[in-house]
Design a protein around this ligand. Sequence first.
Ligand SMILES: Cc1cc2nc3c(=O)[nH]c(=O)nc-3n(C[C@H](O)[C@H](O)[C@H](O)COP(=O)(O)O)c2cc1C
Length: 447
Amino acid sequence: MQILVPHLKDITGTLGNELSGRKIALCATGSVSITESPKIARLLMRHGAEVIVVLTPKAAEFISPMIFEWSTGNAPITKLTGKVEHVELVSSSSRVDLVLIAPCTANTLGKVASGICDEPVSTLACTALGARIPILIASAMHEPMHRNPIVRQAKEKLEQAGVKFIEGPLVESKSKIAEPEEILRAVMSLIGNKAADANKGKATPNRNEIERDLSDLSFVITAGATREPIDNVRYITNASTGKMGVALAEEALSRGARSVCLIHGPGVAIPDGFRRGDRIQIESVVTTQEMLESVTSRLSREKYDVLISAAAPADYAPASPVAGKISTSDNPTLDLRLVATKKIVSRAKEDYPKTFVVAFKAEHALDNEDLAARAFKALKTSGVDLIAANNVSRTDIGFGSDFNEVYMVMKNRAGAKHLLKASKNEIASGILDAMLEEIQSTSSASL
Ligand SMILES: Cc1cc2nc3c(=O)[nH]c(=O)nc-3n(C[C@H](O)[C@H](O)[C@H](O)COP(=O)(O)O)c2cc1C
């Protein structure tokens, strides 16, 4: 395999290191969805992976291999030569950690299920299956092809052999390829650093065996800002986008959480996969009072083990919202009287003391020592179990950013734990690790 221009790999790890040290063979086949493949390659690289592209002859007709050279910094494999590339990619020195076929046509699916190896993608997939390298297939095809019983049988056969599938929605009579972010999540849960470390020494990594350390826990997670009406058209809010809460829900689900209820404010982008998930419920609210009612109603109806309050509920609301629209000509100046809203975490902890509560504390322009000190003070007064404090005056992390950096303080730990700047998914994973550690140390102390 020829290594091309190193500067093309400059994007490696810019969004996270979950896949660092992982090598992925990204196989693309002759589907219109191949336009997504360079995006998928770049996204995997941005999360630390090395990507080697393998193309069927039809795929190389649809999109020039040159695009993949540019996307990955590696020469794509378009035909098998005397170097036996399919063997090289599964042999110890340059063994890939995953074969990802995205998009996968009905044709390639059928060939792999039947052991046909007549071009680079089917040959690599067949070799990888024998070499016990995980295979993930993101199929894309017209609905009749997808419904074809023979195609379905081929899929079932591959699933029995341990191949994993990720499917997108059925739209305009097409079974679409899953979104790049959903494919990334599936890749991370198969071979992300945590998953792969958990599988070290095992010959056949199997999705069911991959780290599912949250499978005993159910979560209520809040996300985003709330709005408090001034009149029927104006409101008070803040800059929270809900990305941190969504990342926490994603991580909890990928680590096997029994159930997740995501309660979010207006404008939060909910991943498509959440709408199809069977372990996730989604509720949308507008005001802080509605968020409070939604959280307490959830906690009263079902037993939830953990509440993670990642939302930034508006903490002041106009004392007397006006019906209709306040006229500026009648009111050239306007005095607003604001009242503090109820604190969701304190109320939840008071009424449901057995629920483990994680709270976020947004502080403005403090140094790190002050940040940790304020978090410790809040831990004592609020009664919550873990506080993640961040500095919202920084524009490179926090509100709206894909990154965060937090100081965590918890009841059973003397000092603060610092999670350095990383993607919100990595920070979410670090918070869940600390939460689990704290739950375990509390239950062992009470034995
Ligand atoms: C424009 C176009 C789009 C196609 N899209 C798909 C598709 O999304 N899924 C699929 O299974 N086949 C699709 N096909 C048919 C495949 O290209 C055809 O079955 C081909 O033999 C697949 O070869 P490969 O699997 O070796 O890449 C498409 C064909 C054309 C001309």
